[in-house]
Design a protein around this ligand. Structure first.
Ligand code: UD1
Length: 344
C-alpha cells in the first residue's frame, strides 16, 4: 500500500488538485512547498475541500541548507512514496536562466530521492510533460514517440525521467511513473482552487480567463498560418481534476504491482482543439467578450500536438472524462470568484 505520500509542489496549480483528490481517497499527505510560485492560502483551501491527514513543510527542495530538514520530515512522516511536482516551469525564463532551471529542477528531484531512500518508500510519480516529445512526432503521439525537448525547461523534465530510469536500474525495487501531461486547464468545480500565475500569464487559458474578467485588454493569438484546421495551434487540453485523478491511478498502479518498473504514461484526452476553438468555448462558458488579435508566431511553438491516451487506459484504467466546455466553465468559475487569484 502507498497511503503516506509526499506531495512536492502540493500548493501549486496541479498539486492542490492532486492533494484534494488524494485526501478524498483517504491518503495521508506531507506537502513540501516553498511557496515561490504558490500560496499558503491554497493549502487552507485544500483542507476546506477535503478532510484528512495533512502536514505541511515550507521548504525549498533545491536548497542544500534545507536538505537534512526535509529528509528528517520525510522520515518522521514515514513516507511510502511521493508525487513530485515541485519545479520551475516557465519556458521563456528557462531559456534566459538555464543554470537556475537545471539547479532547481534537477536538485529538487535529487533531494526527494534522498528523502525517500531514508524512509524506504521507493515510489515516485513524476510530473513530466508532453514537452519531452519536442517537435518531432506526428499526433496523436504515444509513449514510444521520439524524445527531444526544445528548451531547457523541457530538458529538465527529460533529464529527470532519465535520472529516475537510472535509479531503477541501480535498484529495481524503485517504482516510477513518468506522467507526460498535455495542457492542463480548468479548476476544481467548487471554484475554491485554481491556477494563479505570477505576473503576466504565459499559457493560453489563464490569459483568456484574465481577459474575460477584465484584467487584460485582449488576447494575442500567436500565429494563424499553421497547417491546422483554422491556422491556429492545436493542443490537447485536459481538465486538471482528470489529471489529478491520473496521479492517483498511477500511484495505485505502482503500489499494486510487484515490479512495475518505470512506466511512461501520457495524460491527455486524445482530442486536439485549436486556440480559436478554445477562445470560442471560453466565450460561451463565461458569456463575456474575449477580444483578440492575431500576432506573430511564438518562437518554439509547434503547430499541433495531442495525445494517444490508450496506454493510460490499458495500464492505469484511467481516461479523461471532462469536456472542453467543462474545462472552460470551471476555469471561469475560479477566475470570476477569485479575480486576483489567492490575493496577497
Ligand atoms: C507550454 C510550454 C510547455 C509546457 C506547458 C505547460 C511553450 C512553447 N511550451 O505549452 O513546454 O509544458 O506550456 O503548461 O511555451 N497561445 C496564444 N496566446 C497566448 C498564449 C498561448 O495564442 O497568449 C497559444 C500558443 O501559441 C499555443 C497554445 O496557445 O498554440 C497553447 O499555448 P500554452 O498554453 O502556452 O501551452 P503550450 O505552448 O502547448
Amino acid at each position: 500500500m502507498a497511503d503516506r505520500i509526499i506531495v512536492t509542489g502540493g500548493a501549486g496549480y496541479i498539486g492542490s488538485h492532486v492533494c484534494v483528490d488524494l485526501l478524498s481517497a483517504g491518503k495521508s499527505l506531507l506537502i513540501i512547498d516553498d511557496f515561490s510560485n504558490s500560496s499558503p492560502e491554497a493549502v487552507r483551501r485544500i483542507q476546506e475541500l477535503a478532510e484528512g491527514d495533512i502536514r505541511l513543510l515550507k521548504s525549498d527542495l533545491a536548497d542544500p541548507a534545507q536538505r537534512e530538514r526535509i529528509i528528517d520530515a520525510a522520515r518522521d512522516f514515514r513516507a511510502q512514496g511521493a508525487i513530485h511536482l515541485a519545479g520551475l516551469k516557465a519556458v521563456g525564463e528557462s531559456v534566459t536562466e538555464p543554470e537556475r532551471y537545471y539547479r532547481v529542477n534537477l536538485g529538487s528531484a535529487l533531494t526527494l530521492i534522498d528523502a525517500l531512500k531514508a524512509t524506504g518508500g521507493k515510489l515516485i510519480v513524476f510530473s513530466s510533460s508532453a514537452t519531452v516529445y519536442g517537435d518531432r512526432n506526428k499526433s496523436p503521439v504515444d509513449e514510444t514517440g521520439l524524445l527531444g525537448p526544445t528548451n531547457p525547461y523541457g530538458r529538465t523534465k527529460y533529464f529527470i525521467e532519465e535520472m529516475l530510469r537510472d535509479l531503477h536500474v541501480s535498484d529495481p525495487g524503485w517504482k516510477i511513473a513518468n506522467l507526460r501531461y498535455f495542457n492542463p486547464v480548468g479548476a476544481h468545480p467548487s471554484g475554491r482552487i485554481g491556477e494563479d500565475p505570477n505576473g503576466v500569464p504565459n499559457n493560453l487559458f489563464p490569459y483568456i480567463a484574465q481577459v474575460a474578467v477584465g484584467r487584460r485588454e485582449k488576447l494575442r493569438v500567436f500565429g494563424d498560418d499553421y497547417d491546422t484546421r483554422d491556422g491556429t495551434g492545436v493542443r490537447d487540453f485536459i481538465h486538471v481534476c482528470d489529471l489529478a485523478r491520473g496521479h492517483r491511478a498511477a500511484l495505485d498502479h505502482l503500489a499494486r504491482e510487484k515490479a512495475p518498473g518505470v512506466v511512461d504514461v501520457n495524460l491527455g484526452t486524445g482530442l486536439g482543439y485549436s486556440v480559436l476553438e478554445a477562445v470560442a468555448a471560453f466565450k460561451r462558458a463565461s458569456n463575456r467578450d474575449i477580444p483578440y488579435e492575431i500576432a506573430p508566431r511564438r518562437e518554439g511553438d509547434i503547430a499541433e500536438i495531442y495525445a494517444n491516451p490508450s496506454k493510460a487506459k490499458a495500464l492505469l484504467g484511467w481516461t479523461a472524462e471532462k469536456s472542453l466546455d467543462d474545462m472552460c466553465a470551471d476555469h471561469w468559475r475560479w477566475q470570476r470568484e477569485n479575480p486576483t487569484g489567492y490575493g496577497e
